[in-house]
Design a protein. Structure first.
Length: 131
């Protein structure tokens, strides 16, 4: 992993933790804000160069998605319960963000919902578990 991506992850996690102290951060924002920040994150993942403010918004999405993935994975491990979505081995934000953006663009009617629900729906839709 190259240094700019490591810095983007660190910045995203830091922004996410700071925003969490001030409230709920991106998780309780609506889908419009989620889509805006995650489109920028998708551009960062694809190597786009952007101004610092846009990069900070992109990092907010990356931190939110990465925190969500780790949180759900940890909960499943800790409780011994199955996850509600089953991503492939080695899955991370670089695969989750494009899947989330695609889901949000395909379901514009859902953009009024909160970000954490939309991310959960996108991952459950894209990576369903075989029962």
């Amino acid at each position: 992993m190259d240094l700019p991506r490591i810095l983007a992850i660190f910045l995203g996690l830091w922004l996410w933790s700071v925003s969490a102290m001030a409230g709920d951060g991106l998780a309780r924002e609506d889908g419009v804000r989620l889509l805006d920040t995650c489109r920028l994150a998708k551009d960062v993942i694809n190597g786009a160069d952007m101004d610092p403010a846009a990069r900070a918004d992109a990092a907010l999405c990356i931190g939110f998605v990465e925190g969500f993935l780790w949180g759900h994975g940890w909960k499943a491990w800790r409780t011994g319960e199955d996850m509600y979505f089953c991503p492939p081995e080695g899955f991370g934000y670089s695969q989750a963000v494009p899947a989330l953006v695609s889901y949000l663009e395909a379901h514009p009617d859902r953009l009024i919902q909160r970000a954490h629900l939309l991310l959960f729906s996108a991952l459950s839709s894209k990576f369903p578990c075989a029962n």
